[in-house]
Design a protein around this ligand. Structure first.
Ligand code: BGC
Length: 402
């Protein structure tokens, strides 16, 4: 059995738009506009195995509309009961900006009260909240002004961040300003696969640097409210099999943002799913055909720690596996790599599985199943998966070691 520090957080993560249901933001609009087109496109192609393994097709346009999602907005207490039952002691979620500030400068106290209930429900069950302030969605007014390309974007985000942090000063210790800014900006502004579907390198760069400034400003804002807040951001990190291009990828994808935010980070959030680069054998793959490579997490953790000497949380790691045939082993193997990294000196303080629930996987919709808990979208029934039970056992064993 491997080593985990005593106060290690074993958690799960979600984001507002992917689970809450009933949101009204820039994604909601985009989903409405594009759902039919996406379903048609997906059904026309019979996706070859090397793109998607277990693509269930044919898909209806409903697959691409977040709608009620998991109705987590109303069912959060029951979901937290299940999380507690799994043995988790932390939960990462995002506060939906479009709910808190539906109109520019007007903050909705009813929604603040809602998230206060969420936080109380977590505390009451011994789940430490990790709050994300931006997980890819925007109030419509913000998007209409030009989103992150607008000159006052940073001001608007940091005002929202400050408002939320003040409201929950006594309820939250761990804050994540931004989730995967680089991945999001490149797919929304350069590859054009997320709203606003732009394909313009210069827009991408503009947006990326606005997000960098937004992180810094929000960090300052939060630390002014309470110097004890622990404030970080979550970055999408990969490992590259090809050693020749690896340094380039580490520099641009994994570290570019963090290296420029060093003085504005109390911890680093690592989101790790898969490696990139061609591997000359047939590795195991998820339903989305993502390669499963747990050792990559070990390399990343060691590398991140050596490069920045900051506490690290694995803020996301997960697999789309509708049959639940691989998930148990996926978690076990990744945790074992985490413990190896800790043994080698990396200061890793928590692991959040993505995701607590099956949910709305952005432009791919509902078909991929990431949850520890299976969701039946017809009646919102939940079923704790066998892999979650295996996770429970693992957590118990790891805790016993201490
Ligand atoms: C995102 C999640 C997403 C997950 C799986 C991450 O990049 O933060 O919102 O569901 O990957 O694709």
């Amino acid at each position: 059995m491997r080593y985990f520090p005593k106060n290690f957080y074993f958690g799960a993560a979600t984001s507002g738009h992917q689970v809450e249901g009933g949101n009204y933001n820039d994604w909601t609009e985009w989903e409405r506009e594009t759902a039919t087109r996406k379903a048609e496109k997906a059904n026309q192609k019979s996706w070859p195995d090397y793109i998607l393994r277990n693509f269930p097709g044919p898909l209806q346009k409903e697959n691409y509309i977040s709608g009620d999602a998991c109705d987590h907005y109303r069912r959060f207490e029951k979901d937290f009961d299940l999380a507690k039952g799994i043995g988790l002691n932390a939960y990462r979620f995002s506060i939906e900006w479009s709910r808190i500030e539906p109109e520019e400068g007007k903050f909705d106290e009813k929604e603040i009260a809602h998230y206060r209930e969420v936080l109380e429900a977590l505390r009451g069950r011994g789940l430490e909240p990790f709050v994300t302030l931006w997980h890819w969605t925007h109030p419509l007014w913000f998007a209409e002004k030009g989103g992150w390309e607008a000159p006052d974007a940073v001001f608007h985000f940091s005002r929202f961040a400050g408002y939320v942090a003040k409201s929950f000063k006594n309820d939250v210790r761990y804050w994540i300003t931004l989730n995967e800014p680089g991945l999001w900006a490149s797919s929304a502004y350069f590859l054009g696969v997320k709203p606003p579907e732009k394909k313009d390198f210069f827009s991408f760069v503009r947006v990326y640097f606005a997000l960098l400034r937004a992180h810094r400003v929000a960090y300052g804002e939060l630390k002014n409210i309470d110097g004890d807040f622990q404030v970080g951001m979550a970055e999408s990190m990969s490992w590259n099999h090809i050693s020749l291009v690896r340094p380039l990828m580490l520099y641009f994808k994994n570290y570019f943002f963090i290296a420029r935010s060093k003085k504005f980070l109390d911890f680093i959030g690592v989101n790790y799913y898969r490696p990139v680069g061609v591997y000359f054998h047939n590795p195991p793959r998820s339903d989305m055909n993502w390669e499963i490579y747990p050792r990559g997490l070990y390399f990343i953790l060691k590398h991140v720690y050596r490069s920045f000497r900051k506490p690290v949380f694995i803020t996301e790691n997960g697999i789309a596996d509708a049959k639940d045939a691989m998930r148990g082993n996926f978690i076990k193997k990744h945790l074992s790599e985490v413990s190896r990294a800790i043994e080698k000196g990396a200061d890793v303080r928590g692991y959040f599985y993505w995701s607590l629930l099956d949910n709305f996987e952005w432009q791919d919709g509902f078909w991929s199943r990431f949850g520890l808990i299976e969701v039946d979208y017809k009646n919102q029934e939940r079923k704790v998966r066998q892999s979650a039970r295996e996770f429970t056992k693992l957590i118990a064993e790891y805790r016993k070691e201490k």
